[in-house]
Design a protein around this ligand. Structure first.
Ligand code: NIG
Ligand code: FE
Length: 414
């Protein structure tokens, strides 16, 4: 059945070239009094005024967009949404100024989530993770990237990637799978890191690739976790097996991981809070998408954010994500991330929406299918109860979603 959305107060199309940079990034291609016609799972027509009338039939569903903001379905290109348990016990530690890497190296943090994720049955892990996807969908997200990395052994890493696959097939949200065994050193390899790296390279990567369990490979390239040299070896091995590269780069300290992302021509470099000037240049020169995670900076109490304005000035394609995970960003809501992107990183509403749609699609190699409202693209649409885009970001802390359409079907209606 067809859907027509008419009289749209603010239709944010994000159309045009895919990787939006510099001046183009500042323009979200907004139409006033716009309309949108959906046929099956695709966008059939987009325009302004009365043009929708020629598509009206007795069968089609008509949505009145007056006073609403309509955007492409939001895309979350960096999450760790498949995990078991929670870590609220770390909150008092954080307030007592115990550092994130300190908690990890004393066996807590990621390693405590690994324990829980190893011990849970796959069906239960599916259900725990599905609940988070449900929340994402209700907040306007229609596609997410999901990383493994709470298994750190072949069996559990595969279990997580299988959960990605099951959720992709059974949940309205599309799930793009990333293999990230280099997320932390598991405790059983504490005195032999080389053996764990060997296990990733010689055993896990070939298995994941042969069984088509992931499209991307990621490493936590950070002081006290995996070094640039170790990440180079792991990511290069992944590439040989057909996995595209993402890097958790310079999240807390400057280790020249952004430079590594440039060198390896990664699809994306993520976090980048401590990326150097040279690192930012390397991203621009090699067309690596920067995935910024301002809710994580806030939650780690870093008191500073990734230098988004500098990156935009240098010509980097900037995108935004939740980093949804139990330690550094326990939120499913990209609307929450909008608040931090604006008030923490000083991004403008039009930049924020480009970053969460078309540039986010580029970060997961989906830009030809999703991320903008253009004829022929997938009908993934978010309708917000906001009279314009500025209002969407100005009014914070509540879910502004009115309706979510995924693959041409209404999946959320408030
Ligand atoms: O992106 N940095 C590494 N991974 C996550 C945190 C994972 C966790 O603490 O459980 C992040 O911040
Ligand atoms: Fe992350």
């Amino acid at each position: 059945m067809d859907i027509i959305i008419k009289n749209i107060g603010c239709l944010v199309t994000c159309e045009g070239s895919y990787r939006k940079k510099r001046e183009e990034f500042k323009d979200a291609k907004i139409k006033k009094n716009g309309y949108l016609v959906i046929e099956n799972d695709k966008i059939k027509a987009v325009g302004e005024g009365d043009g929708y009338k020629e598509y009206l039939t007795s069968e089609c569903t008509v949505i009145d967009g007056e006073g609403k903001t309509v955007t492409p379905g939001l895309i979350d290109p960096h999450t760790h949404v498949v995990y078991a348990g929670s870590r609220e016990n770390e909150l008092p530690l954080k307030l007592n100024k115990v550092g994130y890497i300190e908690i990890l190296n004393s066996g807590g943090g990621i390693l405590s989530t690994v324990e829980n994720t190893r011990n849970i049955k796959i069906d239960q892990l599916v259900e725990e993770s599905r609940k988070r996807l449900d929340i994402m969908l209700k907040h306007g997200t229609t596609t997410v990237e999901s990383k493994s990395g709470y298994g750190l052994d072949l069996q559990t890493e595969v279990k997580i990637l299988e959960v990605n696959k099951i959720l992709n097939e059974t949940h309205p949200i599309d799930v793009v799978s990333t293999f990230m065994a280099a997320h932390a050193l598991p405790k059983e390899y504490k005195s032999d890191r080389e053996a764990y790296i060997g296990e990733i390279i010689n055993n896990m990567i070939p298995y994941v690739s042969e069984n088509k369990l992931a499209e991307f490979i990621d490493c936590f390239c950070e002081k006290g976790v995996f070094s640039v040299e170790e990440c180079r070896r792991i990511l290069t091995a992944g590439k040989k097996f057909g996995l595209n590269i993402k890097i958790h780069a310079d999240e807390v300290e400057t280790v020249k991981a952004a430079e590594l992302a440039g060198e390896l021509k990664a699809t994306s470099a993520e976090h980048l809070v401590a990326a150097s000037d040279e690192g930012i240049k390397a991203l621009a020169e090699n067309d690596v998408v920067a995935v910024l995670l301002p809710s994580t900076s806030f939650y780690l109490m870093l008191n500073h954010f990734a230098r988004a304005r500098k990156m935009i000035e240098e010509g980097v394609a900037v995108s935004l994500a939740t980093d949804c995970n139990p330690g550094t960003s326990p939120t499913e809501s990209l609307q929450t991330v909008m608040t931090f992107a604006c008030f923490g990183m000083k991004l403008f509403p039009e930049e924020i929406i480009n970053a969460m749609t078309i540039n986010a699609a580029c970060a997961i190699n989906r830009e030809s299918e999703i991320g903008s409202i253009e004829v022929g693209k997938k009908a993934d649409i978010a309708i917000f109860n906001s009279k314009n885009l500025n209002y969407l970001i100005y009014h914070f802390g509540a879910n502004a979603i009115d309706t979510v359409i995924k693959n041409g079907k209404i999946v959320v209606k408030n």
